[in-house]
Design a protein around this ligand. Structure first.
Ligand code: ARG
Length: 433
């Protein structure tokens, strides 16, 4: 089904976007044994697959789940949050804290091709400011967690989210939509530990030594498409974020005094080239993070409406996302007719809400993918951007699908617009009123 949703795309993206996911879907819906056999096996083993980050909470969740009688398998998704070294260390920690097995899966390419680029082509920006980096990674991680659960014949999946955030919703709705038979466990919502110290004490009692480095006062989530920062002093909406929280962007005041110009080429809404050079999708994001972050581009400070009803103060760093969304939007302004452009804007907003609300695997989101896919047929061309001290501005655009006609627009020589027609047009335009 998904394969047909992307006709007319360049081969690289067609393969990446449709081929893999439909195959995977087929294989993980296939049950390895008969249902009754499977259910029996699963219950005997009482296995749980935990989405593991290596932090204190999920490290504590391993022995806690074991206490509840589960065999714990740790699952670690690589969505671009760290180097290979970190993953080795995290794997070791999972085993030390009592996991019987660790699955590490590199999802970077799938993340960019199937999630980030879909949201980009849909122009999805939540509340006009948030490029959805964290929100986009959750349904992907949940999907692969379910795949691991199937492989391991686990009866349950678990995550380390609290009961106040959006991520719990995204993980659980996705997992349940893919496999409603899985039990979902959210230790942090139900366990007895009220503080980090209580968690550390619990681990010590179990004889588990974890070198808990001095806890940063911030809660951070990082992937290829952006970095989300919250808590600590940031909870005061009047307090300016301290410079120390930023890692992907230089302080705009200290950014180079000379602007950086880049030319970004799109094909059907997919970014293909930077300054004429083709990049793989993952590398494209890396490069843009580097270039834009170096100019202080991509910082966002916002009060956002969480799904669970509270407002929260969030800081984001998303250099690549800023550049890509800005450029693609500029290209749309050049190539789409007025009514198409105006009609799609609330749909982009709707798409962003669906992503934010954890409704990735839903019919409406898939229908909108098809709509936006068709809309992007003309979104090919090049945008020239100027990156300067935190600003990202389009200063040039060209496309073979451009609807801009200089002969009609000009106030100079060569004007072909017949101004006498305006008189009748205006009379008819206002007539109904
Ligand atoms: N508020 C954002 C979202 O719901 C980011 C949450 C990221 N988590 C964090 N630990 N900072 O998508």
């Amino acid at each position: 089904m998904e394969g047909e949703a992307f006709p007319g795309l360049n081969p690289r993206n067609r393969k990446a976007i449709s081929g893999n996911s439909s195959e995977e879907k087929r294989s993980f819906y296939e049950l390895p044994t008969t249902n009754s056999q499977l259910i029996k096996e699963v219950h005997e083993m009482k296995k749980v697959v935990l989405a593991y980050s290596g932090g204190l909470d999920t490290s504590c969740a391993i022995p806690w789940l074991k206490d509840k009688g589960y065999d714990v398998i740790a699952f670690l998704a690589n969505v671009g949050q760290g180097g290979q070294e970190d993953f080795k260390a995290i794997e070791k920690r999972a085993l030390q804290t009592g996991a019987s097995k660790v699955h590490i899966v590199d999802l970077q390419k799938e993340f960019v091709d199937d999630y980030v680029f879909k949201a980009l082509r849909a122009g999805a920006v939540y509340e006009n400011k948030y490029y959805l980096a964290t929100a986009l990674s959750r349904p992907l991680i949940a999907k692969h967690q379910v795949i691991v659960a199937k492989k391991e014949k686990a009866m349950a999946v678990a995550h380390g989210c609290t009961g106040k955030g959006n991520d719990q919703v995204r993980f659980e709705v996705t997992a349940r939509l893919i496999d409603p038979s899985l039990e979902i466990i959210a230790p942090l919502r139900i366990w007895e530990f009220k503080t980090r110290d209580a968690e550390i004490e619990y681990l010590e009692k179990k004889g588990i030594k974890m070198d808990v480095t001095k806890k940063s006062p911030y809660s951070v989530d990082l992937n290829l498409f952006g970095r989300s920062i919250e808590s600590g002093i940031l909870e005061d909406p009047w307090a300016e974020p301290p410079e120390e929280i930023y890692k992907l962007t230089v302080d705009p005041a200290k950014a180079p005094d000379k602007p950086t110009y880049i030319e970004l080429e799109f094909l059907n809404g997919f970014p293909m080239k930077i300054n004429g050079k083709q990049h793989s999708s993952v590398d494209m994001i890396h490069q843009l993070n580097e270039i834009a972050g170096g100019n202080g581009v991509g910082r966002v400070d916002m009060i956002e409406n969480r799904l669970v009803g509270i407002k929260s103060r969030e800081i984001y760093e998303n250099p690549a996302a800023t550049v890509l969304h800005t450029a693609r939007q500029e290209l749309e302004a050049l190539v789409l007719d007025r009514e198409t452009l105006h009609y799609k804007q609330p749909l982009s907003q709707k798409y962003a809400e669906l992503v934010y609300y954890g409704l990735w695997e839903t019919p409406l989101k898939k229908q909108l993918d098809e709509y936006f896919n068709q809309l992007q047929e003309r979104v090919s061309g090049t945008i020239r951007l100027k990156l300067y001290k935190g600003n990202c501005v389009a200063v040039g655009r060209q496309s073979k699908f451009s609807r801009y006609n200089q002969k009609l627009a000009t106030y100079g020589k060569g004007d072909i617009f017949d101004q006498k027609l305006a008189d009748g047009f205006i009379k008819l335009w206002g007539m109904p009123y």
